[in-house]
Ligand binder design. Structure first.
Ligand SMILES: [Zn+2]
Length: 103
């Protein structure tokens, strides 16, 4: 069964995609720090913004809105207080449009 990182939604396909190379993990290598703990909301948010900017160009405002929508849908953030996820959020149309562009 296809697994996805519970913090950022990245598909976990190869062993190397998993945090610590552990296929039982529910997180990707980008979302877990060297101490083995899931990174902070702010850190993962910033990583997401950088990733989407690398895909869609230098539109930081759009990248933030897309990252917010993406992270808000992930299981790890449900019920967590996360200030940075409370800003402006992408519409379903904007989100679908960007998803189409991802390589
Ligand atoms: Zn992740």
């Amino acid at each position: 069964m296809q697994k996805f990182c519970q913090a950022c939604g990245m598909p976990l396909e190869k062993k190397e995609d998993f945090a610590g190379g552990d296929e039982n993990s529910n997180f990707c290598l980008h979302c877990v720090g060297e101490d083995g703990n899931v990174k902070s909301c702010e850190e993962i948010f910033e990583g997401g913004v950088q990733y989407f900017m690398s895909q869609i160009g230098d539109d930081r405002q759009l990248a933030e809105k897309i990252t917010r929508k993406n992270m808000s849908q992930q299981p790890h953030w449900q019920g967590k207080e996360c200030e940075i996820l409370k800003g402006e959020i992408a519409t379903d149309e904007e989100f679908a449009e960007v998803m189409k562009k991802l390589s």
